[in-house]
Design a protein around this ligand. Structure first.
Ligand code: ZN
Length: 296
């Protein structure tokens, strides 16, 4: 069953590499308020495909914190680690179409010759025509081209990239046999029938890769909004491994209001005493037009 055109399905997809930190809370608040304002559904998906980076207990901690903060998700929680066979099916489709190839390059070898792109190094295409066989130590790359890919971000406005200048042929399955985030997220959003992605601006540069993959696979277009990044005092993005700023599930209202202010929204602090009141006010007051476009 395909969705009707006026349906809204949003999602929040944290990776369980640590406790929920303020930067993730900001994108969760934006995503949830936007879904609620559109009478949409909201899915919680745990992006635990990268098992080496997964920290024991982190998923449970994130789920507990989101609950304490009044987030309510539709359906059961989705787990990337349970979808490996679905990712493999898609990779097989791409193999059958000759849209991918095996890459035997080490990171060191690539660093030596690659130019810097807008999103890391540009893969120079060394293995493109090498016909390497499938091998446990080979990554899989998708063939890209130099066509312009563009979209209108609901916060950042018009955005365009040429994958040739951005990344070149990028990895969809890593040499350690783990499905790359770029492919997993595209397949996930398709399976979950997501229509609207609201997430942090650290993924803005990945969006064109995901649009490219979604286009190859014939998936419906998504609407994107990227929320400003929370930067620490030295100007670095707060990451989950940064212990400095986890949010406290015992004082949810304080953190929710701080996230709300960070998102440039109209002040509602004086009108809310509880988490439930916060979400009622937030749902009616939310304005994505007020969210500042911030990228470091
Ligand atoms: Zn290679």
């Amino acid at each position: 069953m395909r969705r009707s055109s006026n349906q809204y399905i949003g999602r929040f997809a944290p990776s369980p590499s640590g406790d929920l930190h303020f930067g993730s809370l900001v994108s969760a608040v934006a995503s949830y308020a936007d879904a609620r304002q559109h009478f949409g559904q909201w899915i919680l998906r745990i992006d635990d495909i990268d098992q080496p980076r997964t920290k024991a207990g982190a998923a449970e901690s994130i789920i507990h914190t989101l609950s304490a903060f009044g987030f309510k998700w539709n359906h059961s929680i989705q787990w990337q680690s349970e979808r490996i066979s679905q990712y493999e099916q898609v990779i097989q489709q791409l193999k059958d179409r000759n849209a991918v190839y095996f890459c035997a390059c080490s990171r060191k070898e690539i660093t030596k010759i690659a130019a810097a792109g807008a999103d890391g190094m540009i893969y120079p295409g060394t293995c493109r025509d090498q016909r390497h066989s499938e091998n446990a130590r080979h990554a899989i790359r998708i063939r890209t081209n130099s066509e312009k890919i563009y979209f209108t971000d609901r916060v950042f406005g018009h955005f365009e990239q040429n994958l040739g200048n951005l990344s070149g042929d990028f990895i969809i399955r890593r040499a350690d046999d783990i499905t790359a985030y770029q492919l997993a997220v595209v397949v996930d959003d398709y399976i979950d029938q997501v229509t609207h992605v609201v997430r942090g601006a650290d993924l803005l540069m990945s969006t064109c890769k995901q649009i490219y993959l979604g286009g190859l696979l014939g998936y419906p277009n998504l609407k994107f909004a990227h929320t400003p990044l929370v930067i620490d005092k030295s100007g670095k993005k707060l990451s989950k491994s940064d212990r400095a700023f986890p949010v406290n599930p015992d004082t949810p209202l304080t953190a929710l209001i701080a996230a709300w202010r960070f998102l440039g929204q109209k002040d509602i602090a004086h009108r809310v005493q509880t988490v439930e009141e916060f979400w009622d006010e937030a749902t009616t007051t939310w304005s994505i037009q007020k969210v500042p476009a911030g990228y470091p």
